[in-house]
Design a protein around this ligand. Structure first.
Ligand code: MN
Length: 498
């Protein structure tokens, strides 16, 4: 499936005509050099497009409206090379509707001590002009990213690259459509939510279908198509029979192949990028979709178990934000399952009944066929593996009744001390920051769910910026979290976001 458009970002330099043509010529030259270098660096996931210097109210307004209208433009990066009286920016900013980044940089890196004169000062006054511009953006209450640093410093470019992925998440959020195959699990609170408000806030379309409507697509998949996909499974993964009859095993695997093909056709035809299922509402499906959902997640679809459409949309969003990342380690639906509470080895064993995305796997991936302890269908086939180590983020979007809150926890993924040969599901194991005790305490105080959208490839800053752009509260649980301060954050949030 196609995950992301060929987005571009516009680079708009501000100035004014007070300094004469000679100065404006240099402003344009300098900003062209910066754009060229940004593009050549290979550090940015999307192209930067140079735009003519903005010096008047009319031109600023026109440029921002062109950015709105250009489908490929995912955001505007602004920089004031000289002074640019900020009232000229009011109307343009007022009408602008896409992500905005204020890159506070300066063309020259070092003060030219021997030659500096007042002409140089007037030409190179970002320190001055960017403050005037920043003032009006703040006064107008516009959400934007401010990135400070020298333009040819890799760390500044890295921050722009990171913001670009947030901007794409903001742009793409309103293109997420979730197919609800079954409702939320009965009596469960945290997977519920206001779907109308979710569409208003995030742009998500969340539609329900009777399970048998998608089951018909599965029933119509040809035997030939199933056979060739089963062959692909057998070529890709290791079959772990554990004493089961090999023909019977293959028949169980083939059921999942039919589900993968049928579900994908349904989602493609109806233009959905995320899906939820429910083990208690499977209609004529022979097995709970396990291996099939795992494969669809790896292709970029969002997923949530037991009807959890919020997490399904978040998994899709985070897959879009990380799409095409060169060194990506993976993004998945996940669930907090069971703890290790041994001092020095504390952590949460993460898994789900079946549906963990193999993009996070490390090492070999196997297929097992095992009974599901819940529901009344035949034993489903599933991919089993353990996950990569290193830092990641776990996010949970909850509906507090009158508003949404995004909870973001920095976590450290580790190998479990020993193998778990009897566990027939894929797992990850992580310790939340700042510790299991404080991390879990803060998570529970914030009302975080047992389901999460997890990624190795995004930062809390990126997700928090996305939440800010959506106008919802984000709370961070990380190395700096102290419960006393965290409770105050929640209290302040309840006033600010009421
Ligand atoms: Mn679950």
């Amino acid at each position: 499936m196609k995950t992301v458009k060929n987005y571009k970002f516009w680079f708009c330099t501000g100035s004014q005509d007070l300094y004469g043509d000679e100065c404006l010529k240099k402003v344009a030259e300098h900003s062209k050099i910066i754009v060229e270098r940004l593009n050549q660096s290979g550090d940015l996931p999307f192209e930067v497009v140079w735009k003519p210097t903005l010096i008047t109210n009319e031109l600023i307004r026109k440029t921002f409206n062109e950015a709105n209208a250009d489908e490929e433009c995912a955001g505007v990066i602004t920089w004031m090379h000289t002074f640019s009286p900020a009232k000229s920016w009011i109307l343009g900013l007022q009408e602008y509707r896409k992500p905005l980044c204020h890159f506070h940089t300066q063309f020259n890196q070092e003060i030219p001590y021997d030659t500096i004169d007042m002409d140089f000062m007037n030409e190179n006054q970002s320190a001055h002009g960017d403050r005037e511009y920043g003032h009006i953006v703040s006064r107008m209450g516009i959400e934007r990213k401010v990135i400070v640093g020298y333009w040819d410093d890799p760390s500044a470019r890295k921050r722009i690259a990171s913001w670009m992925r947030t901007a794409v998440g903001i742009m793409e959020s309103s293109h997420i459509r979730v197919a609800r195959i079954a409702d939320n699990m009965r009596n469960v609170a945290v997977t519920e939510g206001d779907k109308v408000e979710a569409q208003i806030k995030f742009g998500w379309e969340i539609d329900a279908y009777p399970v048998n409507e998608i089951a018909e697509y599965v029933a119509e998949v040809s035997k030939g198509d199933i056979d060739s996909l089963v062959q692909e499974y057998y070529d890709t993964y290791e079959m772990i029979y554990e004493g089961r009859d090999e023909d019977e095993f293959r028949r169980h695997v083939a059921v999942q192949a039919g589900i993968e093909i049928g579900f994908e056709k349904f989602l493609e035809e109806k233009n959905y990028q995320a899906i939820v299922t429910h083990f208690g509402d499977l209609g004529s499906l022979k097995q709970l979709p396990g291996l099939a959902i795992q494969r669809l997640m790896a292709k970029g679809y969002g997923f949530g178990g037991e009807g959890d459409w919020k997490t399904a949309a978040m998994v899709r969003l985070m897959k879009i934000m990380t799409a095409g990342k060169a060194d990506a380690k993976g993004t998945s639906f996940m669930e907090d399952y069971t703890y290790n509470l041994i001092p020095g080895k504390m952590g949460i064993l993460e898994a789900h009944m079946l549906e963990v995305c193999p993009s996070i796997a490390e090492g070999k991936i196997g297929i097992k066929v095992n009974p599901l302890s819940m529901g009344d269908r035949e034993d489903p086939a599933r991919l089993v593996f353990t996950s990569k180590t290193g830092p990641g983020i776990a996010t949970s979007l909850v509906d507090l009744g009158n508003r949404f809150r995004l909870i973001i926890n920095d976590v450290d993924c580790k190998k479990t001390e020993k193998d778990m040969p009897k566990l027939p599901v894929a797992t990850a194991f992580w310790t939340p920051q700042p510790s299991l005790e404080t991390g879990a305490e803060a998570w529970i105080l914030a009302g975080g769910a047992h389901h999460t959208a997890f990624s190795y490839d995004l930062t809390a800053e990126q997700m928090g910026d996305w939440a800010a752009a959506m106008g919802i509260e984000a709370v961070y649980i990380d190395k700096d979290t102290r419960i006393r301060d965290f409770k105050r954050d929640l209290q302040l949030g309840s006033i600010f976001y009421r």
